[in-house]
Design a protein around this ligand. Structure first.
Ligand code: NAD
Ligand code: ZN
Ligand code: ZN
Length: 336
């Protein structure tokens, strides 16, 4: 099978011919139909974060495809099912986080495309219990971006406890942000989209954003404060400065949800304003299997639109360059 492999951190991926992996007792073998390129895959390939992946590895945690083989103990899926392989590729299932509904905090988790080989390949294996069924009515091409960009932005809107009529500022209208605009709208928020690229802001408007702010042209803090301030600011831009802007754009009682993971990941937050304004700062990491099932359900009902462009796996390095250059409308999906 063809696979795109990180052989050295910071180097271009290599397209390799590899043996199709064998599922172990609890795993399934999935023939990949569509596989999204998340900005996280780029951080992984570059070794941007304190905990680094070990080459050689295959990135990709927005993999969607058909179950072709079952490990002996698998009961969660059947041959021919369409499933998604998300970031949470495996968790222990019995720690306090796994049992109380916070499985994405499990300390024994394995992450697809990071600590275990992911979906930038024609086939991938995954723990059957952590593969999520893609329902009828959700095309694989849409299901792929929903498996990370969708579930992550959905969860960040959930953890912010957005109330109808509140104002939500979405910083970064990329893969995650273009879906966040829609989830914020679904819960009844007034949405302000912030990006440094006017095409992204046009897209945000077409997806239902009420206001747009071009942070390359104006000070987004002043612009959002002029609109009355944000009750919730969602940080998806790969820029520590934009986290600080997101913080400063909040009204009293506001919530900052930190989602993006820039390499130089430090933000400076004033204690005085945080305390006096009663600000909450929340970290949000992907979403659970149940969150992803909800994301698929909403999509099947026609409540969300995935904006994606197709590419071939052979174009993986050009695709990464395009994404970093800001040339992509929202998401790239490798099609097989
Ligand atoms: P993306 O590249 O598709 O989108 C980033 C967007 O931010 C782009 O539209 C870009 O134009 C915009 N941007 C860049 N600088 C900006 C600035 N200063 N102000 C406003 N906008 C700016 O990336 P993505 O795939 O959406 O991922 C975003 C980040 O989220 C990455 O760091 C990724 O690793 C992280 N991520 C986190 C989780 C999680 O669970 N916490 C899950 C998935 C991705
Ligand atoms: Zn656990
Ligand atoms: Zn991702």
């Amino acid at each position: 099978m063809k696979a795109a492999v990180v052989t050295q951190l910071g180097q271009p991926l290599e397209l390799q011919e590899r043996a199709v992996p064998e599922p172990s007792i609890d795993q399934i073998l999935v023939r990949i139909e569509a596989s999204g390129l998340c900005h996280t895959d780029i951080h992984a390939a570059h070794g941007d974060w304190p905990v680094k992946p070990t080459p050689p590895f295959v990135p990709g945690h927005e993999g969607v495809g058909i179950v072709e083989k079952l490990g002996e103990r698998v009961t969660a899926h059947q041959l021919g099912d369409r499933v998604a392989i998300p970031w949470l590729g495996h968790a222990c299932g019995h720690c306090r986080y796994c049992v109380d509904g916070r499985e994405t905090l499990c300390e024994s988790q394995q992450n697809s495309g990071y600590s275990i080989d992911g979906a930038f390949a024609e086939y991938a294996v995954v723990d059957a219990r952590y593969a999520v069924t893609v329902p009828e009515g959700v095309e694989p091409f849409d299901a792929a971006p929903l498996s990370c960009a969708g579930v992550t932005s959905y969860k960040s809107v959930k953890v912010a406890h957005v109330q109808p009529g509140e104002t939500v500022a979405v910083f970064g209208i990329g893969g995650l942000g273009h879906l966040a605009v829609q989830y914020a709208r679904l819960v009844g928020a007034v949405v302000i989209a912030v990006d440094i690229d006017s095409d992204k802001l046009e897209l945000a408007t077409s997806l239902g954003a009420d206001h747009v702010v071009n942070a390359a042209q104006v000070d987004p803090v002043a612009a959002i404060q002029a609109l009355g301030g944000a009750d919730v600011a969602l940080a998806y831009a790969v820029s520590p400065q934009s986290f600080e802007q997101a913080f400063s754009s909040l009204s009293r009682g506001g919530r900052l949800v930190c989602v993006a993971l820039p390499a130089e990941g430090t933000m400076s937050i004033p204690i005085f304003e945080t305390v006096l304004k009663g600000i909450e700062i929340i970290g949000s990491i992907v979403g659970t299997r149940q969150d992803l099932a909800e994301v698929f359900e909403l999509h099947a009902l026609g409540r969300t639109r995935v904006i994606a462009e197709g590419r071939k796996l052979e174009q993986v390095n050009e695709s990464i360059a395009e994404l970093l250059d800001g040339q992509i409308q929202a998401r790239l999906v490798f099609e097989f």
